[in-house]
Design a protein around this ligand. Structure first.
Ligand code: MGD
Ligand code: MGD
Ligand code: SF4
Ligand code: MO
Length: 730
């Protein structure tokens, strides 16, 4: 079909960062395809990239600022109905209201009574300004985002082991891999285009793939070896692999000597951790553990890729440490085709963290506790006002904010593009917190389950309606380009933030500092670049010429860094960590005999805000609970039966999908469906170091539901609902 124009941009869904072409006709996106000559996807796209961006034109998009008609009282805040409970407001009025309330709370309770969520869907430029507003204008480090619920376990573990948490190798290397481990990653559904390169490595390059996952993901079909361990037993398994590598002298003595520390204490800790010991804990045959250890250690080059199965645990940090130990033992890091690679989830979760959307660091992980770093940012942000200072203590994490509200420490919340009342664990607990807020300002492109509790909603432009950059999973900074105008009065996040910052400064009677008058995101990037050595060699002109650049890139003549740690680790030597097996997770018992594992399906995105209104919902229209055939037989249940799934925290009603994909004793529920929200069931205990909740293990029970719920589509047999039938058929 003829198009008016084609605009190159970056996919708004996952961290692969596929390059896309938005074909525009009559100011609508009529088709999305991909440039064949551009990294990282070279023409490949998954179903979400190709068909899922139709949300941009959905009639439910927020098009005007909204103010709650009745003032909400702390402790009695309720969800607003649309349209009755809202009134449309001008930008003037909405921003003025938000600024007055935030200034009031700051004045009466101090800057740390305000907290915010940055947005891994928004651009680097949006997020840089978000944290700048929190730090420079409000004066708190209380800024965090969904990375906390995501790779926090990986980040904390990798920081301890090597001093950097970024994925160490590039997507481009994947198709040439020789041997690799995929663990805790349902790659074909969650990083689909990466999975095509990984499959290519197996099929075309003869690579050996070791899948380590309790669930029978599609990647297991490509695996040389699949270790199906019990959920939550990773450290035992990886320790036993290390035991074998040490006992059989398969480690790399030169690498250990020149690049690591702590080896001797570490190997002492492995003495008792035999494959037989691990078999008893994990359920994986000892000989398979031996085979996996040999395969990984004896390969010339071998890489590890992982996802939420490793990170989202009360011992996510330990899981990561035991994986890092394997790479340090064998020297499989710092060369092409090797590495420690946590696959980043959201389109810009890497970038949101890189831009300072975290409570302890400015851009590119420069610590807020370092006086020299603070002085640099004070100089740039407060030029001419030597009396102004930036806060020096790390702020609250996303998981701590909820408790901060409940203990009365936190009064005001600014949520930019997140949906905590779908994504936080133990939703009832999170909801109680939200109800106790004094003031809640949300900035989003849609209504969602969280912002209906807000006092004021600021309508934002989507990725297709603004300029900026996203940084993908392998640290490649890529352009996002404005292809169409935002609907109604919606504005780009960076523009909203600038206006809010200016107003806040006026209300607070502080000088209106220079730097809130950007005309284009390229000027914001320029400020970031100057303050961030790792980005110094990247600017919009270069991105225009090269398509994307991997940071760290310290100068314009530097090529960028597709793989890290060639010569040394950011902390100097890599550090081995002895880890003892143990668990703080809520394990099944007589009352709640099944393990609940939650996660994703290919066609949906998190709380469903973007994909439920999309055509993708027709393909996968409902929530199911996956149960192993033996368990189903024992309970006398079959596919399509309505069941209640309950935990100590709540109950949801869903239809049963009997499938061998889930191991015996474990059920799987995706968390995309508000009418049966998996997080009603999950537990909010966290990993002490990473503060990440356990979304992969808690106890639940399953019973036949008294009656089908009153829900659209509940009368249609499960087997007739889109692609669900293919799974139902086995
Ligand atoms: N379609 C789709 N794609 C997405 C997203 C989405 O919502 N929808 N979200 C994006 C985001 S933000 C993220 S973080 C990524 C997440 O991507 P993944 O990490 O691939 O996603 P999950 O579905 O959480 O799957 C985790 C895997 O961990 C396994 N697992 C469960 N328990 C354990 C365990 O104890 N140990 C081990 N080793 N494995 C275990 C599960 O069986 C599953 O295969 O996906 C991104 N891509
Ligand atoms: N049970 C369970 N819970 C989980 C997980 C799990 O595996 N199991 N995984 C966790 C993980 S890994 C993650 S990353 C989190 C994700 O949790 P969230 O980040 O809370 O979830 P999203 O649904 O991605 O929320 C994105 C929001 O941003 C809005 N948005 C989209 N584009 C823009 C934009 O350009 N600007 C603005 N202002 N808004 C925009 C969308 O409308 C939507 O409301 O969920 C976590 N929760
Ligand atoms: S793999 Fe990820 S980035 Fe690529 S098209 Fe699919 S959702 Fe978009
Ligand atoms: Mo994530």
């Amino acid at each position: 079909m003829h198009t008016d124009r084609t605009v190159r941009s970056t996919c708004p869904y996952c961290g692969v960062g596929c390059q896309i072409l938005l074909n525009i006709k009559n100011e609508r996106i009529i088709r999305i395809d991909a440039p064949f000559d551009a990294a990282p996807n070279y023409g490949r796209l998954c179903v979400k990239g190709r068909f899922g961006a139709d949300y941009v034109h959905h009639p439910d998009r927020l098009t005007t600022p909204l103010i709650r008609k009745t003032r909400q009282k702390p402790g009695q805040r309720t969800a607003a109905r649309y349209p009755d409970d809202w009134r449309e407001a001008t930008w003037e009025e909405a921003l003025d209201f938000a600024a007055s309330e935030l200034a009031r709370i700051r004045q009466t309770c101090g800057p740390d009574a305000i907290t915010s969520n940055a947005c891994a869907k928004a651009t680097n430029e949006d997020n840089y300004l978000h944290q700048k507003l929190m730090r420079a204008v409000i004066g708190t480090n209380n800024v965090d985002h969904c990375a906390r619920l995501c790779h926090a376990g990986s980040v904390t573990g990798l920081q301890l082991a090597i001093g950097s948490s970024a994925m160490s190798n590039s997507i481009a290397e994947m198709k040439d891999l020789e041997c690799f481990i995929v663990t805790g990653s349902n790659t074909t559904e969650t990083h689909p285009v990466i999975s095509t390169f990984l499959k290519q490595a197996v099929r075309k390059n003869g690579a050996k793939l070791i899948v380590i996952d309790p669930r029978q993901t599609e990647m297991t079909r490509f695996a040389t070896l699949w270790l199906r361990h019990k959920p939550g037993t990773d450290t035992a398994l990886f320790n036993a692999m290390a035991h074998v590598i040490v006992k059989e002298k398969l480690y790399n003595p030169d690498f250990i000597q020149s690049r690591t520390e702590g080896f001797s204490e570490y190997i002492e800790s492995l003495e008792e951790k035999t494959p037989e010991w691990a078999e008893a804990i994990t359920g994986v045959p000892a000989d398979d553990i031996r085979r996996a250890a040999r395969m990984y250690a004896q390969a010339g080059r071998a890489a590890i890729y992982w996802g939420m199965g490793i990170s989202q645990s009360t011992h996510g940090t330990d899981n990561t440490l035991t994986l890092a130990n394997l790479a340090l033992l064998t020297g499989h890091v710092g060369k092409p085709g090797t590495g420690l690679n946590p696959l980043r989830g959201q389109n810009n979760v890497q970038g949101c963290s890189d831009s300072g959307g975290l409570p302890n660091v400015f851009t590119a992980y420069q610590p807020v506790t370092d006086p020299a770093v603070r002085a640099k940012f004070e100089q740039a942000w407060f030029a001419g006002h030597p009396d102004l200072h930036l806060p020096d203590t790390p702020g609250l994490t996303v998981t701590e904010m909820v408790d901060g509200i409940l203990t009365g420490k936190v009064k005001g919340w600014w949520v930019m593009g997140e949906n905590p009342l779908m994504s936080e664990p133990n939703l009832r607990h999170a909801q109680e917190a939200v109800e106790h807020l004094e003031f809640f300002v949300a900035q989003d492109i849609f209504f969602n389950e969280s912002n209906v509790y807000a006092d004021v909603i600021l309508p934002a432009a989507s990725f297709a309606e603004k300029d900026g950059t996203f940084t993908n999973s392998d640290r490649r900074v890529q352009r996002v380009r404005k292809a169409i105008n935002p609907p109604g009065l919606a504005r780009a996040d960076w523009e909203i933030i600038c206006d809010l910052a200016r107003r806040l400064e006026q209300k607070q009677g502080r000088p209106v500092s220079a730097g809130w008058d950007y005309r284009h995101p390229s000027e914001i990037w320029e400020e970031m670049r100057r303050l961030t050595p790792a980005f110094a060699g990247i600017d919009y002109d270069r991105l225009e010429r090269e398509g994307g650049v991997h940071w760290p890139c310290p100068s314009f003549d530097h090529p960028g860094t597709p793989y890290l740690f060639a010569d040394q680790f950011p902390r100097g030597r890599g550090r081995f960590h002895a880890v003892e097996y143990g668990t703080q997770s809520e394990l099944p018992d007589n009352e709640y005999p099944f393990i609940l594992s939650t996660g994703r399906v290919l066609y949906h995105w998190h709380g469903g805000t973007l994909t439920r209104p999309s055509a993708l919902n027709d393909i996968w229209p409902e929530c199911t609970v996956e149960l192993h055939p033996h368990d189903a037989a024992r309970l006398g249940l079959k596919t399509g039966d309505w069941v209640d799934v309950s935990s100590r925290r709540g109950k949801i009603t869903v239809r049963l999908l009997v499938t061998g994909r889930s191991p015996e004793g474990t059920v799987f529920i995706p968390f995309h469906f508000a009418e049966a929200a998996a997080n009603i069931l999950t537990d909010n205990r966290i990993d002490a170091r990473a503060k990440i909740p356990d979304y992969k293990v808690c106890g639940v029970k399953i019973e036949r539901a008294a009656a089908p719920p009153d829900r659209p589509g509940a009368d249609i047999p499960l087997e007739e609902r889109g692609a669900i039938k293919d799974v139902a058929a086995g």
